[in-house]
Design a protein around this ligand. Structure first.
Ligand code: NAD
Length: 261
């Protein structure tokens, strides 16, 4: 039990990386607040955790809204009396340069950067009083270098912001025994992976199975290990960073991409 007695809030835990992490953290003894704007899939994660004997609750949030982030932190504290881990994981994929509109640029900023910023600000107040805490982000390989996600520049720059936020916060809160780290996945097989695609009108286009196989095959050739990642592989890194095994690691952006970059 590597997270015994810990309380974790995980955003975007209704799907993909967030769900895999919520299930793993619960298995390792953490009490989880699953936060997502999709109530159905968020509740499904809670049910899966409970069925396996774990503890979890759900809160419906729009991470793009500052008040929802603050309420999410307060709810975790009210429910479980403390907050050990905040994992800012929810995120939106972005369109190409040509298809970027003011609306989706602002959504990208709100969901991927503004919301997490204010979630941290509020969580840090709680963690400071406790004398300990652990903050994680899901950044992206795309936030490290243009090779990761140049074809979607709005996404890449916002994820770069998340990485610098990790660095800044770690320097501000280390003195309170709070660590801050950022996981930077390469292509990972989740629903977001499907919405890497936009049609000519700028709408997210979900790939059919054949299109997806062809797309993956193209990526697999660029990856040293020959395949895209799984949400469970990202969750394993999150567990290491959330546990005391990584007690001297803070301010890091850790790439996990099968060697593509
Ligand atoms: N899949 C990849 O290839 C990849 C690569 C690098 C980084 N990432 C990052 O990983 C994180 C998780 O994405 P994923 O791949 O698991 O995708 P996913 O689509 O499977 O999961 C994202 C979850 O976030 C939730 N969400 C989206 N917007 C929200 C909002 N405004 N408020 C609350 N919840 C919201 C969705 O409902 C969904 O449950 C994201 O930050 C993404 O940018 C993914």
């Amino acid at each position: 039990m590597r997270l015994e007695g810990k309380v974790a809030v995980i955003t975007g835990a209704g799907s993909g990386i967030g769900r895999a992490t919520a299930i793993l953290f619960a298995k390792e003894g953490a009490k989880i607040l699953v936060a997502d704007y999709n109530a159905k899939s968020g509740q499904e994660t809670v049910e899966q955790i409970k069925k396996a004997g774990g503890t979890a609750g759900f809160i419906e949030v729009d991470i793009g809204k500052i008040a929802d982030n603050e309420n999410m932190i307060d709810t975790a504290v009210n429910l479980y009396s403390r907050l050990d881990i905040l994992y800012n994981n929810a995120g939106l994929g972005g369109p190409t340069l040509e298809l970027t509109t003011e609306e989706n640029w602002r959504a990208m900023l709100d969901v991927n950067l503004t919301g997490p910023f204010f979630a941290c600000k509020h969580a840090i107040e709680v963690m400071k009083k406790q004398g300990s805490g652990n903050i994680l982000f899901t950044g992206s390989a795309g936030g490290l270098k243009g090779t990761g996600r140049a074809r979607s520049p709005s996404y890449a720059v916002v994820k770069a912001g998340v990485i610098l936020l990790t660095d800044c916060l770690s320097r501000l809160v280390g003195q309170y025994n709070i660590r801050v780290n950022c996981i930077c996945p390469g292509v990972t097989n989740t629903a977001l992976y499907d919405s890497h695609f936009y049609d000519a009108q700028g709408n997210a286009h979900t790939l059919n199975e054949e299109e997806k196989r062809a797309f993956m095959a193209g990526f697999n050739k660029q990856i040293s290990l020959g395949r895209v990642g799984t949400p469970e592989e990202i969750a394993n890194l999150a567990l290491f960073l959330a546990s005391d095994e990584s007690s001297h690691i803070t301010g890091e952006a850790i790439l996990i991409d099968g060697g593509r970059m």
